[in-house]
Design a binder for this molecule. Structure first.
Ligand code: 5GP
Ligand code: MN
Length: 508
């Protein structure tokens, strides 16, 4: 699938070429490791506002931290100042200034000499290439590298901020129009059936179509009748949910759709719709839909280490999941999108508590706690026991959330590209800010096979095996495809290792 190819991963890697000023260090020894960053800053004559990047001799980026290994003549470090005085300069506008000064100079030289000297052409192409590199790291704009697009700057230029906002609003309006136009069409039976299995291919569908399919899920589970939901309120709710997902590589509206569709599949495949209260079914589907609302693309670990507003607001306790849930109830607080407006107070309390439980359970930091609880009730599982159904519901949301590898390879693999793209964006940001680099997000250490073999072995298989004990029919639907994916990525990992070993052996 061209739109999610490896190219997009490479684009972010170009950040490494961003070089304002370069300097090489053949030997750095530092006894006082606490001051290592200051030492480098002083050596580079950089101010506290400069951002430094350190590279190994092989070109990989090293985190400047007290853990930095001393180096030698053979394993020298290279230091670069990659951006300067972010608070007051603004890299992009500087490049724009430089470009206009060059144009001015070119005109003047042309007038005096009659032609453009080669040196001016060279300078122009350097400025052009620097601008292209800046474009390729736009995902880091929130760090202030692009002063004219950072939130603070946008607030100083209301017209520009308004322009960007208008683009998004225009796009949303277009999606809403198409969604409403299509929603009266009948979705064919074949699609309705596919929608109930993990074989469904999300990549074939546009956003307005996905909204229609979500409407089908709510309708076919009979929620409109049971909870007296008006069609236009459901449509407003779904549209608001769509608007509150961000345009980021992985945790976007497509991911929300996939998780909800997998939940819908599980509900039908396991026949659980005949065993649970309709309120619990509504909790399951709505939690899946809302579970990553307004995800910023940077994990809880990042939020906590960078002391972001979310971490401060939620005292470092599942800041993202608390936020997703709060945004969901913000949408439900609006009369026109409140699908719960006709339920009783008691029902509302039950649904709200259930959704909070299910969404907070998607914090992977709680994975073992929840899986162990499920394992402990498994041998005596009873659908009439509230404790048992509550943990089962958490497990179902978790299974849906991390179920990409249960899908056909052609559907699952592009999702992995998206996930790694988001991971590597975070790894880059952590390096730039001098924060601890999340190991599985470091582009210098992680590959597709290495990422998947451990995730499947240690997270997916134990979880999917446990739910399959309760619902044996899931063996063919989710467990077998995941085993096949493990085989595929293990083969790939072995081949990569053999290739690397052969390359070392062939070195003269
Ligand atoms: P989410 O952030 O989507 O609510 O929680 C799921 C988390 O599980 C993701 O952020 C990611 O860290 C991890 N995850 C989900 N699917 C995969 C996968 O296919 N491979 C790997 N390596 N991690 C995954
Ligand atoms: Mn998710």
């Amino acid at each position: 699938m061209a739109k999610w190819s490896e190219q997009s991963l490479e684009q972010t890697a170009r950040l490494k070429m961003l070089k304002v000023r370069g300097c090489s260090y053949s030997s750095v020894t530092c006894n006082d490791l606490c001051n290592v960053a200051d030492l480098f800053r002083a050596a580079a004559e950089a101010s506290p506002h400069h951002i430094l990047k350190l590279y190994k001799a092989n070109g990989s980026v090293v985190n400047i931290s007290p853990m930095l290994e001393p180096n030698s003549q053979d394993s020298y470090y290279r230091l670069e100042v990659v951006a300067s005085d972010l608070q007051s300069i603004g890299v992009k506008s500087d490049v724009d200034n430089m470009e206009s000064r060059l144009c001015h100079l070119e005109t003047k030289v042309q007038q005096d000499a009659g032609n453009t000297p080669e040196i001016i052409d060279n300078l122009k192409s350097q400025v052009e290439s620097f601008k292209r590199k800046l474009e390729s790291v736009k995902h880091l704009s929130w760090m202030g590298l692009f002063r004219d697009e950072s939130p603070q700057q946008l607030s100083k230029f209301p017209a520009k901020a308004k322009g960007l906002q208008l683009n998004i609003e225009e796009e949303h309006r277009e999606v809403r129009k198409k969604f409403l136009n299509m929603s009266s069409l009948r979705v064919i039976e074949e699609v309705r059936q596919q929608l109930k299995t993990p074989m469904f291919d999300n990549w074939q569908w546009e956003e307005p179509e996905m909204l229609v399919l979500l409407q089908v899920m709510f309708t076919d589970l009979d929620f409109l009748t049971v909870f007296h939901i008006e069609v236009d309120v459901l449509q407003n709710f779904l549209f608001e949910v769509y608007c509150h997902y961000n345009n980021i590589p992985f945790h976007n509206f497509q991911h929300c759709f996939c998780v909800t569709q997998m939940m819908y599949g599980l509900i039908w495949l396991t026949d659980i719709w005949s065993k649970l209260d309709p309120m619990d079914l509504l909790i399951l589907l709505t939690s899946a839909l809302c579970h990553d609302l307004d995800h910023p693309g940077y994990s809880n670990v990042y939020q906590i280490n960078a002391q972001t507003d979310l971490a401060l607001r939620y005292n470092d306790i599942s800041p993202l999941e608390n936020h997703h849930c709060a945004v969901a109830f913000g949408i439900l607080a609006k009369e026109e999108s409140n699908i719960l407006k006709h339920v009783t107070t008691e029902q509302y309390k039950h649904i709200r508590a259930g959704m909070i439980r299910c969404i907070l359970a998607t914090d992977m930091a709680r994975h073992n706690e929840i899986l162990n609880k499920f394992k402990s009730v498994q041998p005596v599982f009873d659908f009439r026991n509230k404790d048992h159904t509550e943990v089962l519901m958490k497990i179902m949301v978790k299974v849906s959330d991390i179920s990409n590898e249960a899908r056909p390879m052609a559907v699952a693999e592009p999702w992995l590209d998206c996930l790694l793209q988001e991971f590597f964006n975070q790894g880059d940001a952590e390096k730039l800010k001098g924060l601890p680099v999340t190991p599985f997000m470091d582009r210098d250490k992680v590959s597709k096979p290495s990422s998947q073999t451990s995730f499947i072995r240690f997270v997916l298989l134990p979880l999917f095996t446990e739910i399959t004990k309760l619902f044996p029919c899931l063996e063919q639907h989710i467990l077998e495809p995941v085993r096949r994916a493990l085989e595929y990525y293990s083969d790939l990992e072995r081949a990569t290792q053999q290739e690397a070993a052969a390359a070392v052996a062939n070195k003269p």
